[in-house]
Design a protein around this ligand. Structure first.
Ligand code: RRO
Length: 303
Protein backbone atom coordinates (compact mmCIF):
# COMPACT_ATOMS: atom_id res chain seq x y z
CA UNK A 1 0.00 0.00 0.00
CA UNK A 2 1.22 3.48 -0.87
CA UNK A 3 1.77 5.55 2.29
CA UNK A 4 -0.10 8.84 2.59
CA UNK A 5 2.41 11.69 2.87
CA UNK A 6 -0.14 14.51 3.07
CA UNK A 7 0.15 17.04 5.92
CA UNK A 8 -1.90 20.07 6.95
CA UNK A 9 -0.35 23.39 7.88
CA UNK A 10 -3.19 25.64 8.98
CA UNK A 11 -5.82 25.31 6.28
CA UNK A 12 -3.17 24.49 3.71
CA UNK A 13 -2.86 20.84 2.71
CA UNK A 14 0.51 19.77 1.30
CA UNK A 15 0.87 16.64 -0.83
CA UNK A 16 3.99 15.78 1.17
CA UNK A 17 5.89 17.31 4.10
CA UNK A 18 8.92 18.49 2.11
CA UNK A 19 9.37 22.16 1.29
CA UNK A 20 12.34 24.13 0.00
CA UNK A 21 13.64 26.84 2.34
CA UNK A 22 13.44 30.53 1.65
CA UNK A 23 16.56 32.05 0.13
CA UNK A 24 17.90 28.76 -1.18
CA UNK A 25 15.55 28.31 -4.13
CA UNK A 26 15.00 31.74 -5.66
CA UNK A 27 11.36 31.94 -6.65
CA UNK A 28 11.33 28.38 -8.00
CA UNK A 29 11.86 29.22 -11.68
CA UNK A 30 15.64 29.12 -11.25
CA UNK A 31 15.37 25.37 -10.53
CA UNK A 32 12.82 24.43 -13.21
CA UNK A 33 15.30 22.50 -15.39
CA UNK A 34 16.99 20.76 -12.46
CA UNK A 35 14.12 18.84 -10.86
CA UNK A 36 10.37 18.27 -11.14
CA UNK A 37 9.02 21.24 -9.17
CA UNK A 38 5.54 19.67 -9.07
CA UNK A 39 6.80 16.94 -6.74
CA UNK A 40 7.76 19.35 -3.96
CA UNK A 41 5.25 19.86 -1.12
CA UNK A 42 5.78 23.62 -1.09
CA UNK A 43 8.16 26.22 -2.43
CA UNK A 44 9.07 29.01 -0.02
CA UNK A 45 10.30 31.98 -2.05
CA UNK A 46 13.20 34.28 -1.14
CA UNK A 47 12.09 36.92 1.37
CA UNK A 48 10.62 40.04 -0.19
CA UNK A 49 10.31 43.54 1.21
CA UNK A 50 8.03 46.44 0.21
CA UNK A 51 10.76 48.19 -1.76
CA UNK A 52 13.74 46.72 -3.66
CA UNK A 53 16.96 46.18 -1.68
CA UNK A 54 20.51 45.90 -3.03
CA UNK A 55 21.75 43.67 -0.21
CA UNK A 56 25.13 43.57 1.51
CA UNK A 57 28.61 44.12 0.04
CA UNK A 58 30.42 40.99 -1.24
CA UNK A 59 31.75 38.47 -0.41
CA UNK A 60 28.37 37.24 0.74
CA UNK A 61 28.93 33.50 1.04
CA UNK A 62 31.74 31.41 2.47
CA UNK A 63 31.99 27.68 3.00
CA UNK A 64 32.81 26.59 6.56
CA UNK A 65 33.36 23.10 8.01
CA UNK A 66 30.13 21.16 7.33
CA UNK A 67 28.28 24.36 6.53
CA UNK A 68 28.21 27.82 5.02
CA UNK A 69 27.88 31.42 6.13
CA UNK A 70 25.76 33.87 4.15
CA UNK A 71 25.19 37.58 4.45
CA UNK A 72 23.01 38.37 1.44
CA UNK A 73 21.31 41.22 3.30
CA UNK A 74 17.80 40.59 2.01
CA UNK A 75 18.51 41.46 -1.61
CA UNK A 76 15.26 41.44 -3.57
CA UNK A 77 13.33 43.48 -6.13
CA UNK A 78 10.40 44.37 -3.87
CA UNK A 79 6.83 43.10 -3.68
CA UNK A 80 5.47 44.73 -6.86
CA UNK A 81 8.24 43.24 -9.03
CA UNK A 82 7.65 39.89 -7.34
CA UNK A 83 3.96 39.93 -8.22
CA UNK A 84 4.60 41.04 -11.80
CA UNK A 85 7.63 38.91 -12.63
CA UNK A 86 7.51 35.80 -10.42
CA UNK A 87 3.82 34.97 -9.90
CA UNK A 88 3.17 34.16 -13.62
CA UNK A 89 5.68 31.29 -13.51
CA UNK A 90 4.45 30.10 -10.12
CA UNK A 91 0.95 29.84 -11.64
CA UNK A 92 2.26 27.12 -13.95
CA UNK A 93 3.28 24.71 -11.18
CA UNK A 94 1.18 22.56 -8.88
CA UNK A 95 3.17 22.76 -5.63
CA UNK A 96 2.02 25.03 -2.83
CA UNK A 97 3.57 28.49 -2.88
CA UNK A 98 4.59 30.10 0.40
CA UNK A 99 5.86 33.66 0.16
CA UNK A 100 8.41 34.82 2.72
CA UNK A 101 8.03 38.46 3.79
CA UNK A 102 10.43 40.68 5.74
CA UNK A 103 10.29 44.28 6.93
CA UNK A 104 11.79 46.83 9.30
CA UNK A 105 8.51 47.71 10.97
CA UNK A 106 5.23 46.10 11.99
CA UNK A 107 3.48 48.49 9.64
CA UNK A 108 5.49 47.32 6.63
CA UNK A 109 4.81 43.65 7.43
CA UNK A 110 1.11 44.52 7.47
CA UNK A 111 1.33 46.34 4.11
CA UNK A 112 3.06 43.31 2.56
CA UNK A 113 0.44 40.92 3.95
CA UNK A 114 -2.39 43.11 2.66
CA UNK A 115 -0.83 43.36 -0.80
CA UNK A 116 -0.37 39.61 -1.05
CA UNK A 117 -3.79 38.74 0.37
CA UNK A 118 -5.37 39.35 -3.06
CA UNK A 119 -2.92 37.13 -4.93
CA UNK A 120 -4.61 33.75 -5.30
CA UNK A 121 -1.43 31.82 -6.18
CA UNK A 122 0.06 32.69 -2.76
CA UNK A 123 -1.07 29.85 -0.48
CA UNK A 124 0.61 31.02 2.72
CA UNK A 125 2.90 33.66 4.16
CA UNK A 126 6.08 32.80 6.00
CA UNK A 127 6.77 35.85 8.17
CA UNK A 128 10.54 36.14 8.34
CA UNK A 129 11.10 37.63 11.79
CA UNK A 130 14.58 36.18 11.97
CA UNK A 131 16.82 37.70 9.27
CA UNK A 132 20.26 37.98 10.87
CA UNK A 133 22.01 40.06 8.20
CA UNK A 134 20.35 43.45 8.07
CA UNK A 135 21.53 46.57 9.89
CA UNK A 136 19.06 47.92 12.39
CA UNK A 137 18.16 44.32 13.17
CA UNK A 138 15.22 42.44 11.73
CA UNK A 139 15.20 39.72 14.31
CA UNK A 140 11.76 40.49 15.72
CA UNK A 141 11.76 36.91 16.97
CA UNK A 142 14.57 37.63 19.44
CA UNK A 143 11.96 38.75 21.99
CA UNK A 144 8.50 37.27 22.64
CA UNK A 145 6.85 40.73 22.78
CA UNK A 146 8.08 41.86 19.34
CA UNK A 147 7.41 38.40 17.83
CA UNK A 148 3.83 38.61 19.13
CA UNK A 149 3.36 42.13 17.79
CA UNK A 150 4.39 41.34 14.20
CA UNK A 151 2.55 38.02 13.95
CA UNK A 152 -0.62 39.40 15.51
CA UNK A 153 -0.68 42.44 13.23
CA UNK A 154 -0.26 40.24 10.13
CA UNK A 155 -2.81 37.71 11.42
CA UNK A 156 -5.45 40.44 11.66
CA UNK A 157 -4.92 41.44 8.01
CA UNK A 158 -4.76 38.15 6.12
CA UNK A 159 -6.91 35.10 5.66
CA UNK A 160 -3.96 33.14 4.34
CA UNK A 161 -2.08 30.57 6.39
CA UNK A 162 0.52 32.37 8.51
CA UNK A 163 3.83 30.74 9.40
CA UNK A 164 6.26 32.53 11.74
CA UNK A 165 9.93 31.81 10.98
CA UNK A 166 11.98 31.89 14.14
CA UNK A 167 15.55 32.81 14.99
CA UNK A 168 17.79 30.31 16.78
CA UNK A 169 19.83 33.20 18.21
CA UNK A 170 17.86 33.22 21.45
CA UNK A 171 18.03 31.74 24.93
CA UNK A 172 14.68 29.96 24.86
CA UNK A 173 13.14 29.43 21.43
CA UNK A 174 10.08 27.64 22.86
CA UNK A 175 8.98 30.85 24.60
CA UNK A 176 9.18 32.75 21.30
CA UNK A 177 7.23 29.99 19.53
CA UNK A 178 4.53 30.19 22.20
CA UNK A 179 4.28 33.96 21.65
CA UNK A 180 3.81 33.39 17.89
CA UNK A 181 1.12 30.80 18.62
CA UNK A 182 -0.68 33.18 21.01
CA UNK A 183 -0.51 35.86 18.29
CA UNK A 184 -2.43 33.62 15.89
CA UNK A 185 0.26 31.94 13.80
CA UNK A 186 -0.97 28.76 12.09
CA UNK A 187 2.51 27.26 12.32
CA UNK A 188 6.09 28.09 13.27
CA UNK A 189 9.12 27.29 11.15
CA UNK A 190 12.59 26.94 12.63
CA UNK A 191 15.44 27.53 12.49
CA UNK A 192 16.78 30.45 10.49
CA UNK A 193 20.59 30.73 10.49
CA UNK A 194 22.89 31.06 13.50
CA UNK A 195 25.00 34.24 13.51
CA UNK A 196 28.65 33.46 12.93
CA UNK A 197 31.83 34.77 11.30
CA UNK A 198 35.01 33.75 9.53
CA UNK A 199 38.43 35.48 9.52
CA UNK A 200 41.11 35.44 6.80
CA UNK A 201 44.32 35.03 8.81
CA UNK A 202 46.54 36.28 5.94
CA UNK A 203 44.79 39.63 5.55
CA UNK A 204 43.50 39.64 9.14
CA UNK A 205 40.17 40.74 7.67
CA UNK A 206 36.69 39.24 8.03
CA UNK A 207 35.88 36.97 5.08
CA UNK A 208 32.36 38.35 4.65
CA UNK A 209 31.74 41.92 3.48
CA UNK A 210 29.23 42.31 6.31
CA UNK A 211 31.76 40.82 8.83
CA UNK A 212 29.11 38.48 10.28
CA UNK A 213 26.67 36.14 8.57
CA UNK A 214 24.22 33.31 9.13
CA UNK A 215 25.48 29.73 9.53
CA UNK A 216 23.54 26.90 7.90
CA UNK A 217 24.17 23.31 6.78
CA UNK A 218 24.94 20.04 8.59
CA UNK A 219 27.02 21.92 11.21
CA UNK A 220 23.79 23.22 12.79
CA UNK A 221 21.61 20.11 12.47
CA UNK A 222 21.83 18.75 16.03
CA UNK A 223 21.10 22.17 17.51
CA UNK A 224 18.18 22.81 15.15
CA UNK A 225 16.78 19.36 15.94
CA UNK A 226 16.96 20.03 19.69
CA UNK A 227 15.12 23.32 19.16
CA UNK A 228 12.37 21.66 17.09
CA UNK A 229 11.89 19.12 19.86
CA UNK A 230 11.66 21.83 22.52
CA UNK A 231 9.14 23.82 20.46
CA UNK A 232 7.09 20.70 19.62
CA UNK A 233 6.67 20.05 23.36
CA UNK A 234 5.54 23.63 23.98
CA UNK A 235 3.02 24.50 21.22
CA UNK A 236 -0.05 22.90 19.66
CA UNK A 237 0.36 24.37 16.16
CA UNK A 238 2.44 22.49 13.55
CA UNK A 239 6.21 22.90 13.69
CA UNK A 240 8.13 23.09 10.41
CA UNK A 241 11.70 21.94 10.98
CA UNK A 242 14.86 22.88 9.17
CA UNK A 243 18.59 23.18 9.73
CA UNK A 244 21.17 21.12 7.87
CA UNK A 245 18.81 18.52 6.37
CA UNK A 246 20.82 16.84 3.59
CA UNK A 247 18.88 13.60 3.04
CA UNK A 248 15.76 11.70 4.05
CA UNK A 249 17.35 10.27 7.22
CA UNK A 250 17.97 13.83 8.43
CA UNK A 251 14.39 14.80 7.53
CA UNK A 252 13.01 11.78 9.39
CA UNK A 253 14.94 12.77 12.51
CA UNK A 254 13.13 16.14 12.47
CA UNK A 255 9.75 14.53 11.82
CA UNK A 256 10.16 11.98 14.60
CA UNK A 257 11.22 14.82 16.93
CA UNK A 258 7.97 16.64 16.15
CA UNK A 259 8.19 18.42 12.80
CA UNK A 260 4.97 18.20 10.74
CA UNK A 261 6.99 19.26 7.69
CA UNK A 262 10.61 20.03 6.87
CA UNK A 263 12.41 22.60 4.76
CA UNK A 264 15.47 21.76 2.67
CA UNK A 265 17.90 24.70 2.44
CA UNK A 266 21.66 24.51 2.06
CA UNK A 267 21.38 21.03 0.51
CA UNK A 268 19.80 22.62 -2.60
CA UNK A 269 23.14 24.26 -3.40
CA UNK A 270 24.97 20.91 -3.25
CA UNK A 271 22.31 18.78 -4.88
CA UNK A 272 19.40 20.56 -6.60
CA UNK A 273 17.39 17.31 -6.51
CA UNK A 274 17.73 17.00 -2.73
CA UNK A 275 14.07 17.81 -1.99
CA UNK A 276 12.75 15.15 -4.38
CA UNK A 277 15.21 12.59 -3.00
CA UNK A 278 14.04 13.39 0.53
CA UNK A 279 10.40 12.82 -0.49
CA UNK A 280 11.29 9.46 -2.07
CA UNK A 281 13.31 8.45 1.00
CA UNK A 282 10.50 9.29 3.43
CA UNK A 283 8.05 7.28 1.31
CA UNK A 284 10.44 4.30 1.24
CA UNK A 285 10.92 4.45 5.03
CA UNK A 286 7.14 4.54 5.59
CA UNK A 287 6.56 1.66 3.21
CA UNK A 288 9.26 -0.48 4.84
CA UNK A 289 7.99 0.35 8.33
CA UNK A 290 4.34 -0.14 7.33
CA UNK A 291 3.59 3.43 8.38
CA UNK A 292 0.33 4.44 6.73
CA UNK A 293 0.31 8.19 7.22
CA UNK A 294 2.30 11.13 8.55
CA UNK A 295 0.26 11.30 11.78
CA UNK A 296 1.84 8.02 12.88
CA UNK A 297 5.30 9.49 12.36
CA UNK A 298 5.17 13.12 13.50
CA UNK A 299 6.51 13.46 17.04
CA UNK A 300 6.64 9.69 17.65
CA UNK A 301 9.97 10.02 19.48
CA UNK A 302 10.21 7.45 22.25
CA UNK A 303 11.52 9.07 25.42
O1 RRO B 1 19.17 37.69 3.02
C1 RRO B 1 19.83 37.22 3.95
O2 RRO B 1 20.99 37.58 4.21
C2 RRO B 1 19.26 36.20 4.86
C3 RRO B 1 17.97 36.22 5.33
BR1 RRO B 1 16.71 37.48 4.78
C4 RRO B 1 17.55 35.26 6.29
O3 RRO B 1 16.41 35.22 6.77
N1 RRO B 1 18.45 34.32 6.67
C5 RRO B 1 19.72 34.30 6.20
O4 RRO B 1 20.51 33.44 6.60
N2 RRO B 1 20.10 35.24 5.28
Amino acid sequence: MKPDLKVKIGRLELKNPVMVASGTFGSGEEYKDLLDLNKIGAIVTKSITLKARKGNPPPRIVETPSGMLNSIGLQNDGVEAFIKEKIPFLKTIRSAVIVSIAAHSVNDYVKLAERLDDIKRVDALEINISCPNVKGGLEFSREPVSAFEVVNAVRRKTKKTVIAKLSPNVTDIATIAAAAEDAGADAVSLVNTFTGMAVDIDTKRPVLGNIVGGLSGPAIKPIALRMVWEVFKKVRIPVIGMGGIMDSDDALEFIIAGASAVEIGTANFVNPKAAVEVIDGIERYMRQGRIKNMKELIGCLKV
